[in-house]
Design a protein around this ligand. Structure first.
Ligand code: PDD
Length: 290
């Protein structure tokens, strides 16, 4: 069966989902995106993702997008492709126009969605944790916008792969901001420490959920920068995203973190996360948690 893709109001076979070569997404990375998780065909925190998409679009001054209509189209894209556990990718660009840096006079945004199957991270990986490297954070100063301009993230992730690591953590002015496609958290003296929501990180939806779970579990949360040289001394380190959920980190740049094994806070968060996944998979919404 050919994949069905949503493109500008239509559901079309993958091969027919074509975008003009001069689309501004193609020329300038002039666009924004979202990745939304589905479990057993049910959306996980879709409302928060759509609100973030709306904000990203507003921040780069795209014409207003109809979030309700896009939500419906996104759900339909997932249904039409028979996705159980998977992701929905949504991208909105400023559309096609002859190449010129300034906005075209009458932009016609390109809206594209694709749904793909993606299994949850394996129990083994989640149980044993992953390794990271650090790389300089060479990104711009609006990382809070979920822009499709991801070259520093691509280069960082590739560097991690070539070093045999799972993720690269960005370091700016001596502090860990986030991963190339994940948010990062340390556990120190029983508290969760994570970079505050500002223009240096993407305000992760999973990050918000983790902080909500932590507070509910009585774990104190401190939103402050973590020095990269403190990594040796933290009790635990975690990364999170829509696709990898909550993942313990057991070493950074080849040095063990927290004894080189996932710790109790990671386990507790994973347990609670699993419960929420089950809830969503059975048709309940958890939108009010964050
Ligand atoms: N990335 N930080 C960055 C730079 C990201 O790209 C992502 C997500 C996150 C985590 O955000 P969330 O919890 O909302 O997924 C943090 C997606 C999954 C991607 O680009 O594929």
């Amino acid at each position: 069966m050919s994949e069905i893709v949503y493109l500008n109001g239509k559901f079309v076979p993958y091969e027919e989902a074509l975008v003009p070569v001069e689309d501004r997404g193609n020329l300038f990375a002039d666009g924004v995106y979202e990745v939304i998780r589905f479990y057993s065909g049910q959306p996980f925190l879709m409302k928060a993702h759509m609100e973030r998409l709306e904000r990203s679009a507003r921040e780069i001054r795209l014409p207003a997008i109809d979030i309700e209509a896009l939500t419906e189209a996104g759900l339909e894209t997932v249904r039409r492709n028979g996705i159980g556990d998977g992701t929905l990718y949504i991208q909105v660009t400023r559309g096609p126009a002859p190449r010129n840096h300034a906005f075209p006079p009458n932009p016609r945004p390109t809206v594209f969605m694709i749904a793909r199957s993606l299994a949850r991270p394996g129990k083994e990986l989640r149980g044993q944790g992953v390794t990271c490297i650090t790389v300089p954070d060479i990104r711009w100063l609006r990382c809070d916008i979920k822009s499709i301009g991801l070259l520093p993230n691509v280069l960082g992730k590739q560097q991690a792969r070539e070093a045999g690591a799972f993720e690269a953590l960005f370091v700016r002015d001596g502090v860990v901001t986030e991963g190339t496609s994940t948010n990062a958290f340390a556990v120190r003296e029983g508290r969760i420490v994570t970079y505050p929501e500002d223009e240096h990180i993407l305000p992760g939806i999973t990050r918000r959920l983790i902080l909500a779970i932590a507070r509910r579990e009585g774990i104190e949360v401190v939103e402050e920068a973590l020095n990269v040289d403190e990594l040796d001394r933290v009790d635990e380190l975690l990364i999170s995203s829509t696709t990898i959920e909550v993942m313990p980190v057991v070493s950074v740049d080849g040095r063990p973190v927290g004894g080189g094994r996932p710790g109790p806070v990671a386990r507790k968060l994973q347990e609670q996360y699993d419960r929420l996944v089950e809830k969503v998979a059975s048709g309940e919404s958890i939108d009010d948690l964050i």
